[in-house]
Design a protein around this ligand. Structure first.
Ligand SMILES: *[C@@H]1O[C@H](CO)[C@@H](O)[C@H](O)[C@H]1NC(C)=O
Ligand SMILES: *[C@@H]1O[C@H](CO)[C@@H](O)[C@H](O)[C@H]1NC(C)=O
Length: 511
């Protein structure tokens, strides 16, 4: 029977065959198109998330016309500013060791700074750095140790591997921390400026039993930015592979097992980075931009550290910062009005403010409008609005700070970097989302701020701006040192927990 059927195939008539072929062709075309659309949306999503400022554009088609054309999704990585290790000359006049913000525990070892020696005894934090394979860190920047060196030579700041520019830089926190901690173990007394002038908050130790904290130098944000797409021949994207390998690596480590990972430091600063591994590695201390995409058991303020985004606009020097009367715009906002969640207040505010003459409320990315224009816009505005988007944080806040434009924070559950040592109310205005949505409330509030009051906040902004600078070589009180300081403070409570747990070690459980 079977054989017979095979021998007499029932071919459909030719016109049917043509129709069939057409249908198949149509199906394949549709499939190809949807694949393309999917990949495209993934890319723009990735871009979007990595760049609160930039991704905004494609979500507001109706409003972008005002500011220019659409941004092609996907090529946003190679944008505006180039990667420069020693970014921004903000030290001039800004670094004052007597600044009240830097309190004692932050710069323990101040003497170390002056004498040029920073060792395990004088530093607040002793850091053991895992020698992860280069693919987890500097190989992503094109560095190749050729099997000889575990780490790049960091003696010459101009010669260290560069981080990819543009909006990737926003989340480059792990890179700056890695460079700084590597430079702490340069041979003492070397002629090199990088070693001599380094602030002494954290120092690298190679003996694990001396370490306060174990630094896991995985450039998780860059891995997300770079490796989330499937490449040809891959069944799992590289970002996932690296995460799985990292988990395996750490679980094998005696140091991880001994303390359950609690004294380990991991830097998934991009809100979408380490999606797959974050739960497994959650006992560790994370350095994050916010808790928006974390469940409270995985990340929380008790164990984790909030770090600033690296700003994308140029920092203003103290002497070039326009004063009250030189800032004609009352309030400045740039971004999207439609956000996925928590961003409804933006749309509401747009309706309330769009017709005000001294309010600059535009929809577009920094890239689209140019870094220069954003710099100019913020530095000629008295207040810069910071409105909750799809994550509570964004680099807009840090752009405002370095533009000395008083941030108006309209986000009920934002977490701010270093808030245990910085009183943000001295240089920011906080407004509850519900209040901001009330007619006339915001403008009345901002117009009610007197020139003296504003100038006081402006003065404070100029003092604190340096705490939000990432740079290499790192300088006293910059973002890198502030993060080490925050980690050191948090380690006190981790140690308390660990020591308590160890109380009955000698007598065992039967006591
Ligand atoms: C930074 O500014 C200071 C003072 O304005 C200047 O002396 C120094 O050369 C500048 N450094 C760089 C790298 O531009
Ligand atoms: C590491 O430090 C501990 C404690 O000070 C010491 O006993 C040990 O000998 C050190 N190990 C090495 C390899 O130096």
């Amino acid at each position: 029977m079977v054989v017979e059927r095979k021998m007499q195939p029932q071919l459909p008539p030719p016109e049917h065959r043509r129709a069939l072929r057409f249908v198949v062709f149509l199906g394949i075309s549709l499939l190809a198109f949807s694949c393309w659309a999917l990949v495209n949306s993934r890319i723009s999503d990735a871009m979007h998330d990595s760049s609160a400022l930039l991704g905004d554009v494609d979500k507001t088609p109706a409003l972008t016309g005002k500011e220019g054309t659409h941004l092609p999704a996907g090529d946003s990585i190679t944008s505006a500013s180039a990667a420069v290790p020693a970014s921004g000359n903000t030290t001039a006049g800004a670094v004052k060791l007597s600044d009240p913000v830097i309190r004692e525990p932050l710069v323990r070892g101040g003497e170390g700074e002056r004498s040029g020696r920073c060792d395990a005894d004088s530093a607040a934090l002793r850091v053991y750095v895992y020698d992860l394979p280069a693919e987890f860190h500097f190989a992503m920047l094109g560095w190749d140790g050729k099997g000889k060196a575990a780490w790049p030579d960091v003696r010459d700041a101009r010669a260290v591997p560069h981080y990819p520019g543009g909006l990737n830089l926003q989340h480059s926190v792990a890179y700056w921390l890695a460079l700084d901690i590597l430079s702490s173990s340069l041979p003492p007394g070397s002629d090199d400026d990088t070693a001599r002038d380094r602030p002494c908050v954290a120092v690298r130790v190679t003996n694990a039993s001396l370490a306060d904290v174990f630094f896991v130098p995985f450039f998780a944000s860059l891995s997300y930015n770079r490796h989330s797409k499937l490449r040809r021949g891959e069944r799992v994207n590289r970002n996932r592979v690296l995460q799985a390998e990292l988990v395996k690596y750490l679980m094998r480590k005696e140091e991880w097992r001994r303390w359950g990972g609690k004294n380990h430091l991991i830097v998934p600063h991009h809100p979408n980075s380490m999606m797959e591994a974050r739960k497994r590695l959650s006992p560790a201390m994370f350095v994050l931009s916010d808790f928006g995409r974390y469940s409270p058991d995985v990340a929380n303020l008790k164990k984790d550290v909030i770090a600033p985004y690296k700003h994308v606009v140029r920092s203003l020097g103290d002497d070039e910062s326009p004063a009250f009367h030189q800032r004609p715009v009352l309030a400045y906002f740039q971004g999207a009005i439609h956000r996925k969640a928590g961003g409804k207040v933006r749309q509401k505010l747009y309706q309330l403010l769009k017709d005000e003459r001294d309010v600059h409320f535009t929809y577009g990315s920094v890239r689209q409008n140019g870094i220069r224009r954003a710099t100019a816009g913020m530095s000629t505005s008295k207040f810069c609005l910071n409105i909750a988007g799809d994550t509570p944080s964004s680099n807009r806040l840090f752009d405002a700070i370095v533009s000395h434009c008083v941030p108006v924070i309209i986000s009920d559950d934002i977490e701010l970097p270093f808030e245990d040592v910085l009183d943000y109310s001295e240089f920011c205005v906080f407004v509850r989302a519900a209040d901001a949505a009330r007619k006339g409330f915001l403008l009345r509030l901002l117009r009610g701020v007197s020139r003296d009051e504003w100038t006081r906040m402006w003065g404070r902004l100029k003092e604190v701006a340096r705490h939000f600078e990432y740079q290499y070589p790192s300088r006293p009180g910059d973002a890198v040192q502030m993060i080490w300081g925050a980690v050191a403070r948090k380690m006190h409570s981790v140690k308390l927990q660990l020591h308590k747990r160890g109380r009955f070690q000698r007598t065992g459980s039967e006591s």
